[in-house]
Design a protein around this ligand. Sequence first.
Ligand SMILES: *Cc1c(COP(=O)(O)O)cnc(C)c1O
Length: 404
Amino acid sequence: MQNKILEVEKIIGNELKIIDEIAFYNSNKVINAFWQNKVSESHFSATTGYGYGDVGRETLEKVYSDIFKAEDALVRNQFISGTHAISTALFAILRPKDTMLSITGKPYDTLDSVIGFNDNASSLRAFDINYDEVDLIGDDFDYEKIKEKITSQKIKLVTIQRSKGYSLRKSISLEKLEKVIKYIKNINQEIIIMVDNCYCEFVNKKEPIEVGADLCIGSLIKNPGGFIATNGAYIVGKKELIHLCSERLNVAGEAKEVGPSLGATKSFFQGLYLAPSVVANSLKTSIFAAYILENKGYKVEPKWNEKREDIVQMIIFNEEEKLIKFIQGIQMGSAIDSFAIPEPTEMPGYDDEIIMASGSFTQGSSIELSCDGPIRPPYVAYLQGSVTYEYGKIGILKAIENVK
Ligand SMILES: *Cc1c(COP(=O)(O)O)cnc(C)c1O
């Protein structure tokens, strides 16, 4: 097995080197933010109750602001998930009769009830907030349609989802993001640009605020939590928008001043410190998987030598049986619950049955080796994560063995 791995690594070696170089660059960014903000042991102490005067929480938010080149940040354990942070931002900014526009087609499935596709009484739609969307054409933005939408009606907010969710498209690069943001702002400076940055943090050298986004959001049980954070999410961006988000998350009039860290701050700092390396390990695992599976005749996206925008690796199996066997194999190769055998099940918010391998230390954590997919043609596995490249390789080989 070791010989086979060495053979593969000879071929993918240059790609692995590029990943190392980006991880070095991003580690510099992170450590510089620690230095600038004089992160100290005293920042690790817990606050309880209202959480007034939480210097650790405030310093962490300054560190996030520096890394993401944002005016302000909200990094909180009170966020249940990435979806909760996105929902908080939408409810914070939009008012009755306002319209939001998604320009990457239908957003991530868990936002269905937030937007109100299904008549949820707590949705934006229930508050008379409108939704419109423009699909991508191929893998790029539909500039003509976007122009038509933002000039023919008043759009308050444009949302852009970089990662692909369970779609078959490519993820959105920073170059494409920059171009479309410039295009929109040239037509109407007032439109607020919100970016769902889930799975994209530290994959490249820049982040969305640097290319003109007003708000950028992600989950701490994905990339920036570095496997150490056990819950939470972040929002970074314009100061007045972060203020609105904090008042929606917490309470009007108390904004960022409240929110007990309950001891989570140390793990948020530790996770952020490790995040560039953990993301690199996850990317290496994806490259390794892409190379081997492509050579076995499966279509993969991205290809092993293609530039990556997120940590997600698509493997197109075209056969239900193979998809299921692969995902079960990832579970067998995981650290936790390796003996469990995942089966396709119905899940709230999804039209098709879903099968998920998540043998993770933290429930639902997908910066840890994980793999999932909907049971529908073309039977695609969405593979992501791995805290170390070594465990990643072991898991991938186990899964491939299980497909045979
Ligand atoms: C993971 C993810 C989210 C948020 O999901 P949670 O499970 O609620 O944290 C949102 N958008 C995309 C594209 C994602 O991958």
